[in-house]
Write a protein that binds this ligand. Sequence first.
Ligand code: LLP
Length: 419
Amino acid sequence: MDHFRLIDGVLHAEDVPLPAIADAVGTPVYVYSRATLERHAQVFKEALDGLDNPLVAFAVKSNPNLAVLKVLQRQGFGADVVSGGELMRALAAGMAPEDIVFSGVGKTRAELELGLDKQIGQFNIESREEGQELAALAASRGEVAQAVLRVNPDVDAKTHEKISTGKAENKFGVPLMRARETYAELAELPGMNLRGVAIHIGSQLLDLEPLEVAFAKIGQLVADLRAAGHSITHVDLGGGLGVPYHAGENPPSPAEYGMMVERATRGWDVRLTFEPGRVICGNAGVLLTRVIRVKRSSNQAPFVVVDAAMNDLARPAMYGAWHDFDAVEPRGEKMTAHIVGPICETGDTFAMNREIDAVATGDLAVFRSAGAYGATMASSYNSRGFVAEVMVDGDKWAVVADRIAASAIMDAERVPDWL
Ligand code: LLP
């Protein structure tokens, strides 16, 4: 459920008509709904009601906007971060250092140091080598890093190959076959308190079965590690729950996910961490865009050229992802069209032969479900600058990220005097 709906024929975000935002801020612009974010956060927390004090660490990568993080911090969320930049954002949003987990296969030494400096709650170690480096670093500072070992369970998450992370050929975690020996080796090291394991098998999961298979493997691993004398107090189950991008797509609900987790983890006797991203923020945002022109040529469907492009919303170009496209003031007529952006490559296509609300030059429209992996994946390709972001709360709204003009990006460039 989200809070983007037609009121008197005009699409609103909560109580704010989208044309008001377009007039004031220009387009393209991401618009987030605070009420939707809060609702999703609450539904997720309720789904985990049966668990003992779980930590919900929002996957910052899915939407790192400070205002979004602040909303979730107020919901009691921590953060799952994958870079020093994300770590600084989580702290800036007021998230407690102990509620921050640091994932990622390529944490640099500087990033490990930053995590120690900020006394974050947990490092999710992705390799033997990383574990050794962290332990040595912490020991040299006279500190003990809290850590879990990320395991690659070799489970097919049945999602897009570019966002699958738990198969043996993916770069993430330590292979399950190796997990026991790697764990034993790292648990010995001074400077690190290895206290459990982590997994994350992929994103936009539409089926709970692969997750349940992976959790069963982790349950067995926890038992084996305990049998080998290790004290296991923490397990991080990652994120991955999918959202509906179009009618007919029925991902499992958070409640169904929660029930499965309870069943799969019964008797583990650990503190569980969750790293949801998309399920919290995906449907809490739209990308508001204006039709530049409708280009009719030959006898095929017309091209609806909008002012948003693949640099603003990369998912269709990158994964062939579907985002519903709706007119802000629909006239009740439909048309079949290709929806494209202005960028000079054919990949800058949002949809082909899509039945959409009929639109004309100058009309406003939205790409829906753009709150996750939207603005955060933006680039300035074709020297287009970075898109602005707005948050709505009831009948008020605010710009929560300024548009960064192409000229500002150019200002950061230098031509050396020897040219
Ligand atoms: N934890 C870890 C370690 C992750 O790698 C990810 C996502 C998450 C949590 C959050 O997953 P979520 O709950 O959002 O599914 N750019 C792609 C998605 C990449 C996901 C990467 N990892 C997209 O636009 O679909």
